[in-house]
Design a protein around this ligand. Structure first.
Ligand SMILES: [Zn+2]
Length: 343
């Protein structure tokens, strides 16, 4: 037993004087003294050789030693934790940070948001509707009955389960839905994706985006239409842009017009983009056909209104001088990254 007491004393001294050059002294200490093959465990193993009458006393001594070692271990853990904090010298805070790549809005979204904000300032609310439409909302209600030749220009994709369902060819169907609600006056713009069965090329795609506008109240005239669109063009392209209206035909408006603006590329002197006319077409418009009003349950003797529609791709191509429509849907980062600073 005296041998064992001597060993305990030696161990205590060893614990007290413990030192190591290892990076993690607490762990080295734990393995050496407190681990399953450590010194304390082996001293405990000696207990079986201690005479029965001394066991109680010896047990106490060994427990004290264990406690002593555990305190030392906690102490070492604390200093090595602090040590880790102070060894921050390995991190060079003066180095420049790693830059996060900056995302960008899609050019179509940029122009769409800009168009919406201009019309919102005139009191237009945004209205949206389903992209899968039925024949009545997309064609018939808009004065495009079956076999109407203008339907040929808007061939689309039909849903095979129900031949009456199709992907909408314009957002005018949203206008129909709003008119059917019967809450007048109506002052809305309808941005959204539309579809046509077209061969994909630099100038045409099977889907594109439109913004259409509709204003219905009593005594709405063509002058209101012109003033609204003048305002839009000046806000969108600047004060120096000139506007002209050309008579046109749409089944859902009467009279109808197409609106041109000064070519943004050549400033009106003539170039390839404007086919040397100095003008580019940006939208179609007109007074809502009385038949369309009646189809949607609005009294055409009491109310009148105007409507207009434009392709967002076309406006975007003019604004940013983009030559190929396909770039918008190819997800080529080299193209999209050019709009990082645009808002
Ligand atoms: Zn031009």
């Amino acid at each position: 037993m005296n041998n064992l007491l001597q060993e305990v004393e030696n161990s205590k001294a060893e614990i007290n004087n413990f030192s190591t050059t290892d990076k993690n002294p607490a762990e080295v200490f734990r393995i050496q003294f407190l681990g399953s093959k450590g010194l304390i465990k082996s001293l405990m193993g000696e207990m079986k050789n201690v005479p029965a009458e001394n066991r109680r006393e010896m047990g106490q001594v060994l427990n004290d030693l264990k406690l002593f070692a555990e305190n030392k271990y906690e102490e070492l853990k604390k200093t090595s934790d602090n040590g880790q904090e102070t060894t921050g010298s390995e991190v060079d805070l003066s180095l420049p940070g790693e830059a996060l790549p900056l995302g960008s809005r899609h050019p179509i979204s940029i122009v769409r948001n800009k168009i919406i904000s201009i019309f919102q300032r005139l009191g237009f609310a945004v209205a949206e509707g389903p992209e899968i439409e039925d024949d009545w909302h997309n064609f018939t209600a808009l004065n495009l009955p079956e076999n109407h030749p203008a339907r040929d220009m808007q061939d689309t994709f039909y849903v095979s389960q129900n031949p009456d369902w199709m992907l909408r060819t314009h957002t005018s169907s949203v206008q129909v839905r709003e008119m059917k609600k019967g809450k007048l006056p109506i002052r809305i713009i309808c941005p959204g994706r539309v579809y046509r069965n077209e061969t994909i090329s630099a100038r045409a795609h099977c889907f594109f985006h439109q913004v259409e506008g509709l204003y219905i109240a009593s005594d709405v005239s063509f002058a209101d239409l012109k003033q609204t669109l003048y305002f839009f063009v000046q806000e969108m392209f600047g004060n120096t842009i000139k506007v002209r209206f050309r008579p046109s035909y749409f089944p859902f408006t009467e009279p109808s017009a197409e609106m041109d603006i000064t070519c943004l590329i050549c400033g009106g002197t003539g170039c390839n983009v404007c086919k040397h006319t100095g003008w580019v077409e940006i939208l179609g418009c007109g007074m809502v056909h009385p038949k369309v009003l009646e189809n949607c349950g609005i009294d055409s003797n009491k109310y009148s209104g105007f409507a207009f529609g434009m392709g967002i791709e076309r406006i975007t191509m003019l604004k940013y001088q983009i030559k190929d429509l396909r770039l918008f849907s190819e997800n080529d980062l080299r193209f999209l990254k050019q709009f990082t600073s645009a808002v």
